[in-house]
Design a protein around this ligand. Structure first.
Ligand code: CUA
Length: 269
């Protein structure tokens, strides 16, 4: 039996199309880094929600690791506070049935599956509140299963090149101390204006009565400042995490920094 030429033509076009799709897939994989969506992680399973802020002093941005547990019929934690512009690594699991999440203001759409940790990276450019909802019917309380991101402005978060105006007249030696704070990245975590970042503010630090994590109270003096710069985790201020790296600062620099901090007395504006 003869094959009609139109049938041959259709067969040739169809095969040509298949081959071109295959070529596009291969080209995409090798030249454009396209890959199968990869949202399943090897992060160990967790059963409690957590928000971790990680500060990257090299580019002065915050990063967050957020672990969220979906369960009938809430998200743990229900409210997540972050700073605008930060990268947020969002890990999601469930401790009972299958849930899901969509996050307003992003294109994140994940399933929350028991026994599996799913992942998405997101960020919010603008401060505000962004809801997230369960989008997988999970029982009688499904419609109330929601949470929100509270995105704070990143103003007041130190960036390189920001020059804070000194509140009081200070000596040139102390000004050198101010420059050293810049150079060593101290102002990424210690603000000068009273804003808590990841560490106690330098505003009014000298002479302040401070509660420490061991329950004692001290008055901050020169010895404590030097000691805290050289051994940051030895006498921790209450309420803060031991995040500060061991600093290697020569004695002369240390004195200049402390002189500058002494100018930030209690009660100075
Ligand atoms: Cu959880 Cu619907």
């Amino acid at each position: 039996m003869q094959i009609h030429w139109t049938e041959k033509l259709v067969a040739v076009i169809a095969s040509g199309l298949l081959l071109s799709f295959l070529a596009a897939l291969i080209a995409g994989y090798y030249f454009y880094d396209l890959d199968v969506a990869d949202c399943v992680t090897d992060v160990p399973l967790f059963s409690k929600g957590e928000v971790h802020q990680i500060f990257d002093p090299t580019n002065y941005r915050s990063k967050y690791e957020v672990k969220v547990v979906a369960k009938m019929w809430t998200f743990d934690p229900p409210v997540i506070e972050v700073v605008a512009g930060s990268d947020i690594d969002f890990y999601l699991t469930s401790t009972d049935v299958i849930h899901g999440v969509i996050i307003q203001g992003t294109n994140v759409n994940l399933m929350a599956v028991p026994g599996v940790v799913n992942f998405a990276r997101l960020s919010f450019d603008q401060p505000g509140e962004y809801s997230f909802l369960c989008h997988e019917y999970c029982g009688s309380g499904h419609q109330s299963m929601a949470g929100k991101f509270v995105v704070k402005s990143n103003e007041g978060v130190y960036r390189p090149g920001d020059i804070a105006t000194a509140p009081v007249a200070i000596s040139s030696a102390a000004l050198a101390g101010r420059a050293l704070l810049d150079k060593n990245g101290c102002l990424a975590c210690h603000s000068l204006d009273g804003t808590p970042i990841l560490a106690p503010t330098f505003k009014g630090i000298f002479g302040r009565t401070q509660s420490l994590s061991d329950g004692s109270n001290i008055v901050i003096d020169e010895a404590y400042l030097k000691d805290s710069i050289l051994h940051p985790t030895a006498k921790m201020v209450k309420g803060y995490q031991p995040l500060m790296p061991q600093m290697n600062i020569p004695e002369s620099d240390l004195q200049a920094i402390v002189d500058y901090l002494k100018s930030m007395k209690v009660g100075t504006p």
